[in-house]
Design a protein around this ligand. Structure first.
Ligand SMILES: NC(=O)c1ccc[n+]([C@@H]2O[C@H](COP(=O)([O-])OP(=O)(O)OC[C@H]3O[C@@H](n4cnc5c(N)ncnc54)[C@H](OP(=O)(O)O)[C@@H]3O)[C@@H](O)[C@H]2O)c1
Length: 491
């Protein structure tokens, strides 16, 4: 093996215990390891039962995702193994045999599981802390463990405007938080949550911050904490534009493209720290190698490259023409998406362009005897946008010396195989691929449907402006009526 491919060499014969393997990042981590590092010994993937499906069924379904297409020819069952468990249960809900197996065999832990919802209760979010405590506890009994990687978030310390690659003092000690959620009833906990959160925007960020303290104070092996910013579709591997969820920024682009979302509250000149999921996976894998090599613990703010940052304004500037170029056939209305910097103006636009439309749609549905859906869904969308606006209306600066140093220390082959530098990222091409990918993997529309969708969009363009003209005409008539009544009475 070349000295330039040390990361690949590091994973040879490793047995990896991965939590969060069924998630967005986890799938790409598994795929990358299996495609690039087939010499590894095993990957144990923690899977819980969900939505009536057993861990066994979910584990089988995992490999049906398109991101595994390139490695379908390999006998995956030689390398990847299921561990049934649930991070919400004591000691990860592991069976005795599985726990013993993990303790005996694991050489590398990658802990990426988390409940990532922004609007969950503190009790639900506290499982992020409990799970990390239990994974660390398990790791303490792994005699062959070489390295522990924890996936955090770039915003875990977002109460600071400049974020360094170091541990910060958490708002509460992990053990105190866990004792609190155990002791208090749900009602009391809900009532005091805003006070506990203080400046922290939501329970997810709050618990991710506290979790870092656990990693700091536990386990005497080299550790790496990777803090990715907002994770979106793949940029290169296994295919550009692959995505499996509609959360956050991906969701924004999607519902905007479908003509559902028409306004976003953001500061156009502020950075939109979005990063591709495959580069995040590569950074995680490289960070593990570095931790082992150096024998030390390091934190990586993986937020892209400070010299090539995209802004929210640029993001929307790129999305708009891309949505014209690759429209979806499933659009509900003519696409028209704008950033509004002024919160009041944004709220007025949301009221007229989204809320009133939702009431109108539900009114029509009631008239034709169908169940209403629009108001409920728009309310959820508006709530999500409110939560996201915290991040799109604030500016953070991030130190990234450790990330740059990690990249510099990688050999030539490793840089090709585990690329994560975004210094030369072509944002236009990347965001265009995001739109194409969302079309393909989320909406299940193949590229041959684009010409038909374009025709439909043109028709919708005329419908949209006819409706707008009619609306202004009605408003004009109404104002004339009011004016004539007023002047009529006056004289
Ligand atoms: N996405 C982002 O923008 C972003 C940004 C910064 C940091 N991160 C971090 O990156 C990591 C991965 O996030 P992601 O984007 O891949 O999110 P995701 O798609 O929601 O994946 C979360 C993973 O955690 C697992 N998980 C959640 N609750 C669990 C439970 N009770 N028991 C077992 N597993 C459970 C999920 O399993 P199920 O499939 O069973 O739900 C899934 O595998 C997280 O630690 C997150 O905090 C994400």
């Amino acid at each position: 093996m070349s000295r330039d491919a040390q990361i690949k060499e590091f994973y040879k014969d490793q047995t990896i215990f991965l939590t969060g393997g069924t998630g967005f990042l986890g799938k790409i981590l598994i795929e990358k390891l299996l495609r690039q590092c087939w010499d590894l010994n095993k990957i144990y993937v923690l899977v819980r039962p969900k939505k009536g499906k057993s861990p066994e069924d979910r584990f089988e379904e995992l490999f049906q995702y398109a991101c595994f297409d390139l490695i379908k020819c390999k006998n995956l069952s030689e390398k990847v193994f299921l561990i049934s468990g649930d991070i919400q249960k004591p000691f990860l809900g592991l069976g005795v045999q599985d726990a013993e197996l993990l303790k005996k065999e694991t050489t590398c832990v990658i802990h990426a599981a988390a409940n990532v919802k922004f609007d969950q209760t503190l009790k639900a979010a506290s499982h992020n802390v409990r799970a990390t405590r239990d994974v660390l506890e398990l790791a303490k009994h792994m005699p062959n463990l070489k390295v522990f990687v924890h996936v955090s978030t770039a915003f875990s310390n977002c109460v600071h405007s400049h974020i360094e690659e170091r541990f910060y003092t958490p708002p509460m000690k992990p053990e105190n938080l866990l004792a609190l959620v155990d002791d208090l009833d749900d009602h009391t906990l809900q009532a005091i949550t805003p006070k506990l959160l203080g400046e922290y925007p939501n329970t997810y960020i709050y618990t991710k911050c506290i979790t870092e303290d656990l990693v700091k104070t536990n386990l005497q092996v080299p550790k790496a904490i990777v803090r990715p910013a907002i994770v979106i579709s793949t940029i290169e591997e296994p295919v550009p534009g692959w995505v499996d969820n509609v959360y956050g920024v991906i969701g924004i682009a999607l519902v905007a493209a479908l003509g559902i979302l028409r306004s976003m509250h953001a500061k156009k000149s502020y950075p939109a720290h979005v990063v591709p999921v495959d580069y995040v996976a590569n950074c995680v894998l490289a960070a593990a190698w570095k931790a082992h090599r150096s024998g030390t613990t390091a934190i990586y703010n993986y937020i892209g490259h400070n010299k090539n940052i995209m802004t929210w304004g640029r993001f929307v500037e790129i999305i708009n023409p891309a949505c014209w170029e690759f429209p979806s056939e499933k659009f509900l209305w003519y696409f028209r998406f704008k950033i509004r910097e002024n919160e009041l103006w944004h709220k007025i636009c949301v009221f007229f362009l989204q809320t009133m439309v939702a009431y109108f749609i539900d009114f029509v549905l009631i008239c034709v005897g169908r169940a209403t859906i629009a108001v409920k869904n728009y309310r959820r969308l508006n709530n999500m946008m409110d939560l996201i606006s915290y991040f799109s209306t604030r500016r953070w600066t991030f130190e990234q010396d450790n990330v740059l140093e990690l990249w510099d220390q990688m050999g030539k082959d490793d840089k090709k195989m585990f690329k994560f530098s975004m210094e030369d990222t072509d944002w236009v091409e990347y965001i265009r691929n995001n739109i194409l990918g969302a079309r393909m993997y989320l909406l299940k529309e193949t590229p041959d449907t684009i010409p038909r969708a374009k025709k439909k969009l043109k028709i919708m363009f005329f419908v949209h402006y006819a409706v707008v003209a009619f609306f202004w005409y009605l408003l004009y008539k109404f104002l004339m009526f009011v004016a004539s009544s007023f002047y009529g009475n006056f004289y």
